[in-house]
Structures are given as C-alpha cells and as structure tokens.
Design a protein around this ligand. Structure first.
Ligand SMILES: Cc1cc2nc3c(=O)[nH]c(=O)nc-3n(C[C@H](O)[C@H](O)[C@H](O)COP(=O)(O)OP(=O)(O)OC[C@H]3O[C@@H](n4cnc5c(N)ncnc54)[C@H](O)[C@@H]3O)c2cc1C
Length: 246
C-alpha cells in the first residue's frame, strides 16, 4: 500500500515488531526498512477507541496517538475454531489434537493445516503451525496414512515473507535460544540470524540469502547437529554442509 502511495500507519502493542517470532535485531531491521519506505510505526500502543466520523475513522491509542483513516486492517492473530470437531467428540486443545500420522482420536478422521495441533516427530512434541509448508506436509502424511503407509509428520517449521524486494525466510523454532550469530552484513541487506542453543544451531532467519538459507534449512530438517563454533567461523561456507568440502 505504501508503494501505491497510500499513507500507512502500524500500531503494535508489543515494544517491537515481530516479537513473537524473531530476535530484536530482525525486528529493528524491518522497522527501519518500513520506516524508510514511509510507513509510520507506533510500538507499545494498543487501540482504545475507533470513532466513525463521516466516511473516516479516528483511531485512538492508549498513549494518546490519534490517526484518521478510511481503512483499518486488524491483523491481530487468529484462534482456531474447533467447535465442529469438539461437538463431534474429537479431542481439541489449541486446535484439533492429532498424532504423528495426523489422526484424531476418532477413527478415520484426520486433521491438517492451521487447525491441527499435530505431533511433530522431529521435535517430539505437538505444535500448531500456521504456514503453507506445514499444511502441505500434513496433507502428505494424511494421504500416506489413508493408503496404509506409516509416514510420520516430521516437517521442520519454516516460513517466508516477501516485503518490498526483501525475502525473509525462517526455519526452525528459535524459542529458547541462548546465543545469536549474524552472518553477512545487515547494512548490505543480506544477512542471516543464526540462533543457537547449548552450542548447536536451532533456527535461522534469513534476509536475501536464499542459498545459505536452503543449506541450513536442509541441515535442520535432517536433524544435523551444526555447532555454533562452526557457524561463527568466518571461513565456514554453508554450501559445504552437503558438499563435504569443509
Ligand atoms: C494474510 C495472510 C498471509 C499469510 N502469509 C503466509 C506466508 O507468506 N507464508 C506461509 O507459509 N503462510 C502464510 N499464511 C498462512 C497460510 O495461509 C495458512 O497457514 C494456510 O493457508 C493453512 O492452510 P489450511 O488448509 O489449514 O487452511 P485454509 O487455507 O484457511 O483453508 C481452509 C479452507 O476451509 C474452508 N472452510 C472453513 N470451514 C469450513 C466448513 N465448515 N466447511 C467447508 N469448508 C470450510 C475455508 O473457507 C478455507 O477455504 C498467511 C495467512 C494469512 C491470513
């Protein structure tokens, strides 16, 4: 919308953008990026009132910011609607509970995608992931279950988001990381945040580094243990992970 010349304001109740999914360094990069394109960003603010005045709306925040606009987009998250499943005797908690074969507790009833709180064999616990790759992975597991194969759900959670000419790609779950290493150069708009826990890589966020991202993603998806010491080595080339040249 900002590229189409419309003035855009973002109101975020957390103290930084993308707080739920990424590190402060990435939040700052995206805040700076959007602000450099003319987007006004107000963090630490929640919406208190929306008044309709003629054909416009006046949005008032708890900290006294007032914005006049003719269009409001509320991107404030989603809660899975379990009602149909629950009323049918299917167990639900944060979505429809399914095992590693995407089976519910009711025989011959499966669940996939955003609504499924699915056991993930790669992590050893259930998670509800809202992304296209996750929904696709569930679909394959279900198709396999139906024809009697025992393929389990072990999809590495991963996401992408294209903002302007910047490709953000994220793989793995960074929650609980105890160190972070920046590979590449933030000021050159091509870098990766590599998240480590107890000395090993657990997740990566990548901006405009799709080749490196794919190597790390493949390594994480295959449960390879990549030590953070290796990742921090300036001579380390992620493409060597699969070419065995390092
Ligand atoms: C604005 C936005 C941007 C996104 N961007 C990305 C992205 O960049 N990358 C990414 O990986 N993911 C993204 N996602 C998430 C992604 O779209 C979802 O994770 C994915 O579509 C989930 O697939 P699904 O099949 O579970 O659900 P959906 O794609 O939502 O499909 C469910 C379908 O079921 C239908 N339905 C619902 N109830 C009933 C009923 N009672 N009877 C019959 N039909 C019914 C719905 O109409 C819908 O068509 C985005 C989502 C949104 C909203």
């Amino acid at each position: 919308m900002t590229e189409m010349g419309m003035p855009v304001s973002i109101i975020e109740q957390e103290e930084r953008l993308l707080k739920r999914v990424t590190a402060p360094v990435m939040s700052k990069f995206y805040k700076d990026l959007h602000e450099s394109r003319g987007v006004k960003i107000f963090c630490d603010q929640s919406i208190e009132t929306i008044n309709k005045i003629d054909n416009n709306y006046e949005v008032l925040t708890n900290n006294g910011i007032s914005i006049s606009t003719d269009l409001i987009i509320a991107g404030i998250g989603a809660i899975p609607n379990n009602k149909l499943a629950q009323d049918s005797g299917i167990k639900c908690k944060n979505g429809i509970i399914v095992d590693q074969y995407c089976r519910t507790n009711v025989p011959y009833v499966f669940a996939a995608g955003d609504c499924a709180n699915a056991f993930n064999d790669l992590y050893g616990y259930a998670m509800r992931v809202e992304s296209v790759p996750s929904a696709n992975a569930h679909a394959k597991v279900i198709a396999s279950s139906i024809i009697g194969n025992e393929v389990t759900n072990r999809e590495l959670p991963w996401f992408w988001s294209d903002q302007y000419e910047f490709k953000l790609q994220m793989a793995g779950l960074s929650e609980g990381y105890d160190e972070i290493h920046i590979h590449g150069k933030i000021e050159e708009n091509a870098f990766m945040a590599c998240y480590g826990k107890e000395g090993s890589l657990i997740a990566v966020d990548s901006v405009n580094m799709p080749k490196n991202f794919n190597n790390y993603k493949k390594a994480l998806a295959n449960s390879m243990r990549l030590s953070m010491d290796l990742i921090k080595d300036p001579n380390f080339d992620p493409s060597s992970i699969f070419s065995a040249s390092y």
